[in-house]
Structures are given as C-alpha cells and as structure tokens.
Design a protein around this ligand. Structure first.
Ligand code: G3H
Ligand code: 13P
Ligand code: ZN
Length: 326
C-alpha cells in the first residue's frame, strides 16, 4: 500500500463542511459508491448543484474497487469537479469501519475521514475502540465518525422494533471519552431498500425526533449523522418490477422527514440504496427494451445520467446542500 496524505489528493476533512452545515441549517450528502460511474455521477451532480460532498466506501466496497484504485479515483474526482467549473469540498470517507487496522489503512492511503462503527459492542468497548481510532486519525488531521445505538435490520413490522435507539444520556460521556468529531445516531432509520413493511395506504412511522432534540440540547452544536436515509422512490421500484425485477413491500424515509433532519443538528445524511435503485431501474429498462444490446456504455452511461439527476434533486430539494459552494 502506497502511503499518501489526503491533502496531496486535493481532499478535505469534514470539519469545515459540518461547521457550515450546522450554521446554515443544511446537511452534507454522503453518497456511497462502488464503481467509476457512480463516483462520476456523484461528483458531477454535486459540482453542478454547488454542494460539498462526502464520497464514501464501505470496507467491502473498498475491496471490490481495489485499494490501490481509490486514491487515484479520489484525485480524479477533484479534477472532475474543477473541470466542471466549481471546486467543491470533497471528503473521502470510510463507511462503517469495523476495526482500528482498517481505519488506519484508510488514513494511511488518503482517506480524509473514517467511521469506526463499534455500536454493536458494549458502551465501554465502543469508547475504547473509537478513542484508539480518534487518537491515530487526529495525528493526521483526519476526522472520525462513531455510532451510538443500533440501526434496525430489515423490519417485519411497521414500527422499527429491532432498532436500539440511541440513549441521549450516554452521548455526553461518549463524546468526552472519545474526542470523536461526529456521531451517528439511531432514531428509526435502517439500511437497505426494505426499511418498513407497510399495508396498502399505510405510512412509514415517523423518526424519533424527540430523541434527536434531546441530544441537540445536551450537546449543542455537535454534528449528528443520519444513516439509512434512502427514500426508496416508488417510481424506481415500479420500473424495476416492470422490467423483470422483484422488489415487493419496499418503503423508505419520507423526504419531509429528511428535510426536517437536515435543518437540525444532522450535518451528514448517508445515501446508498437510492443510488443503487436509480441505476438498476435504468439498466433493467434498457436491457429489457434492447435485448441484443451488450455494450456496457449503452446501459451504464444512461444509468450514470439518472444518478446525476438523483444527486442534484436530493441536494436541491431534500438536503438543502445545493448552492452552498459558490
Ligand atoms: O451501510 C452500508 C452501506 O450501504 C454499504 O453497504 O457493505 O453493501 O457496501 P455494502
Ligand atoms: P441506505 O441503505 O438507506 O441508503 O443507507 C446508507 C447508509 O447508511 C450507508 O452507511
Ligand atoms: Zn450506514
């Protein structure tokens, strides 16, 4: 692994972007990517809409892409933004890092921000693992996100019963014990496209804004992160199902609730599934309507265009991050 500091790649950490998000009442988008087309779409959508952005990979996405590719892709992302005409702040972030070793490898290879997700461990172990990462990361001016509370998995019921909501009374001592820069909390979201199973006409249950507000009062001005924030648009699901897919009983987080979160202490909103759905719907349609097509550019190209539209829409109409970079 080649050692490189993120500043050499033109990246920034999340400090300044979160300070602006907190002051101005918007949320910075954190879009996951697994390949070149997704990354190009995220950067194009954010540069065109004047939004700062966090580009993030999970440990498994990093493996899929190949670790040596990532610093080059990040540097190319910075160049692409300049080429479009607006040099937006870009942070490269490790999503759901599960060990000190992985976080360290990422820091050493050009990441500007890392998450250490020890939320499944005991409170004390979570503090210990997080602090170890913070101590190393801060020596390199890299920002760290941790998590308190556990997000629900795929739910059988409308109410997110398996979610262990963040306990507000634990937050202050966790921040003091770790020195972490931002905190992911559990207030009723979950990962993936199947967040709630709803009967026809039923609405998803509201997020626990009471928990968020309590945390905001206990640690005013501290940046909060919302995971599992995809909306799972019914039109994408309908297209996927129309063209041979099978995704029944899906539901995501309503945009209105995300707007409310973005205006609060939530400074970072994580979106992965919606990007996957937008691309998959387009690819299914093209392959189904053009059965003899086999040139990847003919379906990945239009899928990339759809993802650009999705990013611009979210930045402009949901997260309020559009137009913040001039
Ligand atoms: O929260 C997890 C992200 O959606 C990434 O998931 O492990 O499939 O890359 P992944
Ligand atoms: P979604 O599955 O709702 O897009 O959540 C993504 C996420 O939280 C990545 O960490
Ligand atoms: Zn997540």
């Amino acid at each position: 692994m080649k050692k490189v500091h993120y500043s050499e790649l033109g990246l920034v950490n999340t400090n300044a972007m979160f300070a602006a998000a907190m002051k101005e009442g918007f949320a910075v988008p954190a879009y996951n990517f697994n390949n070149m087309e997704q990354l190009q779409a995220i950067i194009t959508g954010c540069a065109k809409s004047g939004s700062p952005v966090i580009i993030q990979v999970s440990g498994s996405a990093r493996k899929y892409i190949g670790e040596p590719f990532l610093p080059h892709m990040a540097a190319a992302a910075v160049d692409l933004s300049k080429e479009i005409g607006l040099q937006i702040p870009i942070a490269l972030h490790l999503d759901h890092g599960n060990s000190f070793e992985l976080a360290k490898e990422c820091i050493d290879s050009g990441f500007s921000s890392v998450m250490i997700d020890a939320s499944h461990h005991s409170f004390e172990e979570n503090i210990e693992m997080t602090k170890q990462v913070v101590d190393y990361a801060h020596q390199h001016d890299v920002t760290v996100e941790a998590e308190l509370g556990v997000l629900a998995g795929i739910e059988d019921e409308v109410v997110a019963e398996k979610s262990t909501y963040t306990k507000p009374e634990e937050v202050k001592s966790f921040l003091e014990g770790t020195g972490v820069d931002s905190l992911a909390i559990s207030i009723g979201t979950s990962h993936g496209a199947f967040k709630f199973k709803l009967e026809p006409g039923q609405e998803p249950p509201p997020l626990r804004f009471d928990i968020l507000e309590e945390i905001e009062q206990l640690v005013p001005g501290f940046p909060i992160v919302l995971h599992g924030a995809s909306s799972v648009p019914p039109e994408d699901i309908a297209k996927i199902n129309k063209y041979g897919g099978q995704m029944d009983n899906t539901a995501g987080i309503p945009e209105e609730q995300l707007r409310r979160a973005a205006a609060s202490a939530v400074c970072k909103v994580n979106i992965d599934s919606d990007g996957r759905l937008a691309m998959t719907a387009t690819i299914r349609e093209i392959l189904s309507e053009n059965p003899s097509e086999f040139d990847p550019r003919k379906y990945l190209g239009p899928a990339r265009e759809e993802l650009i539209k999705m990013v611009m829409y979210k930045n402009t109409h949901v997260l309020g991050s559009a137009g913040r970079v001039k």
